[in-house]
Design a protein around this ligand. Structure first.
Ligand code: UD1
Length: 364
């Protein structure tokens, strides 16, 4: 029987991570002819190549090289260039991941050519409705034929929008990857390289537009972090996204960088190594707040709301919006006695469920 052809579209860091686990399951089961397309939304070595090397992701067959620009332009560029690939390759399905501009562009281009779309990490919903990632999620979910949810809550979110067909609760592929790569996390190396003591430092990441592009919010967060480190005497390690570095320079806020150990963006194994060794996490990353939970570390999430509401509901992670960043310390102290909530995002076998269901959809 002729094998189905599926195009998997990636473009930004969190998608490379997810592709790693799906590609490995596809190759293991020889499920279909898998074509990888990289939009080029992230392009710096530390934001892209490093992930391909570390996670042994096969080199993409196509690079669209869209680079950075405004939302409209970036999304349009991915659509335009991806459509050419779709017309050339005529795939049986397109897989998109998460909530980036690459995700929504891929889903729209495919759906308009009547190519079915599988959305991995479907059904996440977060306020405010006008944040770019939320717009991307909602549009992508409504374009998709198969929707793989990390949790029951995500599938309920879809039901509220009348999306019930093709919905599967697969669990989270990021948990699959976490369990698989755990023996390779570079904890000792990172502790050594950055002169950190295990259990005596906080891991920070920050990159959301609403936190870093708004000077008032950024100052409030940096003040909150300063107060937190002065009180706790914990060291701080902060792998910094280029967007955040650019804004700190533009807003003349470099004085805040002296009390933190700022390092360039790092790969998955390095970040997970830092995570394993830290006391706690402060972040606005969707991925890291969940990885903190996988590693049984508590995260303070600098957002007014999060898509990963299960962890907040359990009390393990807590939300602190930018304008209340002075509450960081009391929040972290108060949060210490919570019992670890098990199994919020499946059993680490999400990729198997996803690949099997895609196969049965295509062979129906
Ligand atoms: C994007 C996603 C976000 C995801 C994040 C992971 C959207 C709307 N947002 O946000 O959901 O959590 O990726 O990192 O798609 N830049 C570089 N080098 C790079 C990439 C970006 O210098 O390799 C700089 C550019 O100045 C760019 C800025 O970072 O304008 C933002 O990059 P962009 O991809 O637009 O958004 P992210 O903030 O990374």
């Amino acid at each position: 029987m002729l094998k189905n052809k599926i195009i998997s579209l990636v473009g930004a860091r969190p998608q490379f991570i997810k592709e790693a686990i799906i590609a490995s399951e596809v190759y293991k089961t020889n499920a279909w002819n898998h074509i990888l397309v990289h939009s080029g939304q992230h392009y710096d070595t530390n934001m892209s190549d490093l992930f391909f090397q570390e996670l042994q992701i096969p080199t993409p067959q196509y690079f669209l090289e869209v680079g950075s620009s405004s939302h409209g332009k970036q999304t349009a560029l991915v659509m335009e260039k991806f459509e050419d690939i779709l017309l050339l390759e005529k795939p049986d399905m397109v897989i998109v991941y998460g909530d980036t501009n690459t995700t929504v562009a891929g889903a729209l281009a495919a759906a308009k050519l009547k190519i079915p779309v599988a959305h991995i990490e479907a059904g996440i919903r977060q306020k405010p409705k006008d944040m770019p990632e939320e717009i991307n999620r909602v549009v992508t979910d409504h374009m998709s034929s198969l929707l793989f949810c990390c949790s029951e809550l995500s599938s309920q979110n879809l039901k509220q929008e009348n999306i019930t067909k093709g919905v599967f609760i697969s669990g989270d592929i990021m948990y699959d990857l976490f369990l698989r790569m755990k023996p390779h996390f570079l904890k000792e190396k990172m502790l050594h390289d950055f002169n950190l003591q295990e259990g005596e430092y906080t891991l920070i990441t920050l990159h959301r537009d609403f936190n870093v592009d708004n000077k008032e919010n950024l100052v409030s967060i940096l003040e909150g972090l300063k107060g937190f480190t002065e009180e706790t005497k914990l060291s701080v390690i902060f792998p910094m996204h280029p967007r955040t570095r650019n804004r700190i320079e533009e807003f003349n806020l470099t004085k805040y960088l002296t009390f933190m150990n700022i390092i360039p963006p790092i790969g998955y194994l390095e970040l997970m190594g830092l995570l394993e060794g830290c006391t706690n996490v402060i972040t606005d990353s969707g991925g890291l707040q969940k990885e903190a939970y996988f590693a049984e570390k508590q995260a303070t999430v600098i957002m007014p709301d999060t898509g990963w509401r299960e962890i907040i509901k359990s009390g393990w992670n807590q939300l602190v919006p930018a304008n209340k960043a002075e509450e960081l310390l009391p929040c972290i102290l108060e949060n210490k006695s919570i019992i670890y909530p098990e199994n919020l995002y499946g059993d680490g076998k999400a990729a198997k469920v996803i690949v099997e269901n895609i196969m049965s959809y295509l062979n129906r």
